[in-house]
Write a protein that binds this ligand. Structure first.
Ligand code: NDP
Ligand code: ZN
Length: 346
């Protein structure tokens, strides 16, 4: 990211590790819709000459003197979020906000990201996980961000077995929310999207009903399908600034609205007063940045290895080499009909 709305290539000094850190050479990376918000909406504010990217798996090329569990040559999964584990926020239970709001998110936010020949990982023992032998790079690179973000959407929604759930947005994040909701036991599961490629995977991941937001108001469609009752929980994993309000409208009193969408523009997000019971509906609005760290990555690995999730099914485009990085990033911006998620092998 050269500046808001501008991308290109840049030469920087190779990173060096501190005593607890590692330097990783990426083997596969993926652009994220968040990179698009950051560059083209300037959602985090101006960033100059910042290397983008926070989804990577790679090989360790250097470790600091105090790193115990990882060595040069290990193939690792690198979480999008790499918190400072020695921080007050971690003791409060919110590793994502160690060092300030959203500051656990370092790559392509506060420091150079992973679209580089080498990148720096703070606190390797706490932030890396071994990539199992035999795991495909396409599957592995869905674990740093897509799987934990989508699944967090379903956790924040506090789904109980048999409950009715709606997922607004079924790009890669929402698809993983569908998978997470199915694991947590959702009964009826609405998937709100448009492009057929996403709808097909949503049905494979456990959705029971597809709702097309281009074919009428989604609140009306879901209220009609639930005989006016609404759903127990709604996960917002895409859409626009009205999506949170729509989620509030389609969720029953006492239900939960979970947000993992990154609202990239505007000063505020509307909450419909009446649908929120004039503030007294007991509808709980929750939202969060994806969790990172070693344990979360190891849990994602187990979900994939034991076939509870199949995130590789979302990889529709695979490129080779840095020379195709920009093409992959622009695909994420343009979202052509056949795209869910591009991956670049390096
Ligand atoms: P995509 O753009 O791939 O998917 C967005 C989805 O929303 C698509 O299914 C799209 O449908 C649908 N959609 C678009 N407009 C509307 C609308 N008006 N109403 C309902 N649905 C709509 O995004 P990703 O899955 O890659 O990411 C989703 C969000 O999650 C992004 O904002 C991203 O930045 C954020 N994110 C958040 C993280 C976190 O830590 N909380 C981490 C990673 C990502 P279609 O394309 O078919 O038209
Ligand atoms: Zn991301």
């Amino acid at each position: 990211m050269l500046g808001i709305g501008k991308v290109g290539w840049i030469e920087k000094e190779a990173p060096t590790p501190g005593p607890y850190d590692a330097i990783v050479r990426p083997l596969a990376v993926a652009p994220c819709t968040s990179d698009i918000h950051t560059v083209w909406e300037g959602a985090l504010g101006d960033r100059k000459d910042l290397i983008l990217g926070h989804e990577a798996v790679g090989e360790i090329v250097e470790v600091g003197s105090e790193v115990k569990d990882f060595k040069v040559g290990d193939r690792v999964i690198v979480p999008a979020i790499t918190p400072d584990w020695r921080s007050e926020a971690v003791q409060q239970g919110y590793q994502q906000h160690s060092g300030g709001m959203l500051a656990g998110w370092k790559f392509s936010n506060f420091k150079d990201g992973v679209f580089a020949e080498e990148f720096h990982v703070n606190d390797a023992d706490m932030n890396l996980a071994i990539m199992p032998k035999g795991m495909s790079l396409e599957q592995a690179v869905m674990l740093p961000d897509m799987a934990p973000t989508g699944i967090q959407g379903s956790e924040l929604a506090r789904i109980k077995p048999g409950e009715t759930v709606a997922v607004i947005g079924i790009g890669p994040v929402g698809l993983m929310s569908v998978a997470g909701a199915a694991i947590l036991g959702a009964g009826r599961l609405f998937a709100v999207g448009n492009r057929q490629v996403c709808v097909d995977v949503a049905m494979e991941f456990g959705a029971t009903d597809a709702i097309d937001y281009k074919k009428g108001d989604i609140v009306e469609q879901i209220m009609k399908a639930t005989n006016g009752k609404g759903v127990d929980a709604t996960i917002v994993a895409g859409g626009d600034s009205n999506s949170l309000g729509q989620a509030i409208e389609m969720t029953r009193p006492g239900g939960t609205i979970s947000n993992v969408n990154y609202f990239g523009s505007g000063d505020s997000i509307p909450i419909p007063r009446l649908a929120w019971g004039n503030g007294m509906s007991h509808k709980d609005i929750r939202g969060g940045l994806v969790a990172g760290g070693r344990l979360k990555m190891e849990q994602m690995v187990d979900l994939a290895v034991y076939n509870r999730i199949q995130p590789e099914k979302m990889v529709t485009h695979v490129f080779d080499g840095f020379e195709n990085m920009e093409k992959a990033l622009m695909l994420m911006k343009e979202k052509p009909k056949d795209l869910i998620k591009p991956v670049v092998l390096l």
